[in-house]
Design a protein around this ligand. Structure first.
Ligand SMILES: Nc1ncnc2c1ncn2[C@@H]1O[C@H](COP(=O)(O)OP(=O)(O)OP(=O)(O)O)[C@@H](O)[C@H]1O
Length: 255
């Protein structure tokens, strides 16, 4: 008998399988019996009105907020029982809206210290100058369009370049699931185009879960879209199907 849940893109083994996930804040269910599946090589975008529960879902996945009930399986490991640090080590990387880079260090140093061996600025800078780390830093810098800024101090980067640097810092840890909260907020048009290209590339061999309000950007990156409303899934599927859904137009896109 098949136990495949309805609506799964990759029914055989989603990398991330969220089932029956609920969190209540003083009786208010910000996330309410949510099912969400993310496959490998998938850019999955979560959209929905303000307060729908999008950021809370990412907080639950990365262990920042404990769930009230339900399960979050990542490669068959149950994340709801794990600490934030162990979730990162299991291969989940999360980028918040505001970049948290070291402004007074160079692009190179920021990437170098994110190599998993580096536990502190001091430790990273003293012990990490090995050929494999140097090669990885250069590879990631090229991936995030910053190979020509390697020795530039991070505070001199544009807002968009800072966002890319933070994505690069996450890539240094080779996460299997990368979560990004409004990655193109405040970016120029050309930076948005390059970010779309970047996300397409980094989804190869990984899963990328994105929260985004900019529908043009969503169209350019999403393999699958989930629309959240009042903590529940309102609609799910391709961008075309979601955009044509009258319920989605009523509560979100029509506004
Ligand atoms: N720690 C908390 N305590 C109490 N209420 C919370 C907490 N975190 C979130 N909420 C509430 O849960 C609801 C969902 O918030 P959330 O930030 O997840 O929405 P969102 O879809 O990300 O919205 P936006 O698009 O505005 O960022 C909101 O009503 C919010 O006030």
């Amino acid at each position: 008998m098949s136990t495949t849940p309805i609506g799964v893109t990759n029914p055989h083994r989603p990398v991330l399988a969220i089932e029956g996930l609920t969190v209540s804040f003083d009786g208010f269910k910000a996330v309410d019996n949510l099912n969400l599946y993310v496959g490998r090589n998938e850019v999955h975008v979560v959209i929905g009105p303000n307060g729908a529960g999008k950021t809370t879902v990412l907080d639950l996945i990365c262990g920042k907020t404990p769930s009230t009930s339900g399960s979050i399986r990542f490669n068959d490991r149950e994340l709801t029982k794990m600490r934030e640090f162990d979730i990162v080590r299991a291969g989940v990387g999360r980028k918040f809206q505001t970049p948290s880079i070291y402004e007074n260090l160079s692009v190179y140093e920021n990437l170098e210290m994110s190599f998993p061996r580096g536990r502190s600025v001091f430790g990273a800078l003293v012990f990490n100058r090995s050929p494999d780390v140097i090669a990885r830093v250069k590879e990631v810098a090229a991936e995030i369009f910053l190979d020509e800024q390697l020795h530039q101090q991070a505070d001199l980067l544009s807002h968009g370049q800072k966002q890319w640097l933070e994505i690069g810092m996450l890539l240094m840890q080779e996460p299997e699931l990368l979560m990004l909260d409004e990655p193109v907020a405040g970016m120029s048009v050309s930076e948005r185009t390059k970010t779309a290209e970047l996300l397409g590339r980094i989804s190869q061999g990984r899963s990328v879960l994105v929260i985004e309000h900019d529908m043009e950007f969503v169209k350019s990156i999403a393999h699958k879209v989930t629309v959240l409303h009042q903590g529940k899934v309102l609609a799910e599927g391709s961008m075309e199907s979601v955009q044509a859904n009258p319920k989605v137009i009523e509560v979100y896109l029509g506004h």
